[in-house]
Design a protein around this ligand. Structure first.
Ligand code: EPU
Length: 338
């Protein structure tokens, strides 16, 4: 267990905000966490890789971080294609994906190089290229931060939806995730339909040939690297906004003016890419102070260097207002403001 007072969170948030936590504790096991719980007084914030946060000031409370490690196959039935893998919440998400791909286990390759840690994958229901964490999560082991008891959530108890879960909403801040169990496939069932994935893979394949899981991971890495800024170079938290779902009527009325608008039919309406709308508003690559809209993917806001949270929030609000004026659609941040 590591503990610090008045601790800089600079390396713990990918936006690069230089804020401090009154107390910062990193624990390595469930036992350590249980010991820690009686000492938690006042505000508590549990972070993962800090890749989906915007700190708006110092945190006058305790910041917790899990360093629970381990990737373990817990169930593998002869003759069945599935296997269950239990992973510590503190494992870097992409280390788990790399492990799976290395062993030719399918299911998470489309989620390659998403920043963050395993615990957060289950909170955030991370998703990319037609796959979401909820598609592969079997169960989530947690510890109740009020009394140290264990509670296991089956997938259907997590209330998963697009970038949503019970851990982000109803039970926010109440449980610390300790382990997540995922269902992987021994013979990968590839998902290649999203966007330009097939086109990118196409170059590496002969006619009719199916890609290997390693090729899929490489294609995803190439697409992401081409579009998304590297937080080590330019502070950012991935998609800053969620893609809004609008009613069919609203969608049809926008489509009349913008027949080329990309869209996805979803339950309850039509999802429109916020990045496309922001791009149409002319914001792509533009800055307000030291905060900017990324020049290759308008869904991402970046810190050009030394931006304050106020500068990022001003840019966020201005972009939202412009999208509302042009399309009549409200877009909301995906990033959590702390
Ligand atoms: N588009 C533009 N201009 C832009 C950005 C996008 O015209 O500046 C258009 C694209 O051409 C495409 C459509 O909008 O037709 C969708 O773009 P893209 O495939 O890049 O995906 P997205 O909807 O913008 C979502 C996720 C990403 C994820 C990709 C791929 C959210 C909030 N974001 O972005 O997730 O990688 O799909 O699956 O759902 C993240 O959460 O941090 C993240 C990067």
């Amino acid at each position: 267990m590591k503990e610090y007072k008045n601790y800089s969170l600079l390396i713990h948030n990918t936006f690069g905000m230089d804020v401090k936590a009154e107390r910062y504790v990193e624990y390595d096991s469930e036992k350590d966490l249980r010991m820690l719980i009686p000492t938690l007084k006042g505000k508590v914030l549990h972070i993962g890789g800090g890749s989906n946060l915007l700190f708006t000031g110092n945190f006058d409370g305790t910041v917790l971080h899990s360093a629970i490690s381990g990737i373990e196959i817990v169930e593998e039935v002869e003759g069945e294609n599935e296997l269950l893998v239990r992973v510590g919440a503190g494992v870097v998400w992409d280390d788990f994906v790399a492990w799976a791909v290395e062993h030719d286990y399918g299911g998470v390759e489309n989620l390659s190089i998403i920043p963050g840690e395993v615990g957060a994958s289950a909170v955030q229901n991370i998703g990319a290229y037609g796959v979401e964490a909820k598609d592969v999560i079997v169960m989530v082991e947690t510890i109740d931060l009020s009394n140290g008891t264990t509670r296991i959530f089956a997938n259907d108890e997590c209330n998963y939806a697009y970038r949503q879960s019970i851990f982000k909403k109803e039970l926010k801040g109440k449980y610390a995730i300790t382990y997540v169990t995922y269902r992987l496939q021994k013979t990968p069932v590839l998902k290649l339909e999203y966007g330009n994935l097939l086109a990118v893979l196409g170059d590496a394949l002969n006619d009719g040939e199916l890609p290997t899981i390693k090729q899929v991971r490489q294609a995803i890495i190439d697409i992401r690297n081409a579009k998304l800024p590297d937080p080590k170079v330019q502070g950012n938290a991935g998609s800053f906004f969620m893609n809004p779902v609008v009613s069919r009527e609203k969608f049809l009325s926008i489509q009349k003016d913008y027949p080329q608008m990309p869209f996805y039919e979803v339950e309850g309406g039509v999802k429109i890419p916020a990045g496309w709308m922001i791009d149409q508003c002319g914001w792509k690559g533009k800055a307000l102070g030291r905060a900017a809209v990324h020049d290759k993917q308008a869904l991402v806001l970046v810190n050009l260097g030394g931006a304050t949270s106020d500068e990022i929030i001003t840019l966020c609000n201005t972009v939202c207002k412009d999208v509302k004026e042009k399309f009549g659609v409200d877009i909301r941040p995906e990033v959590n403001f702390i």
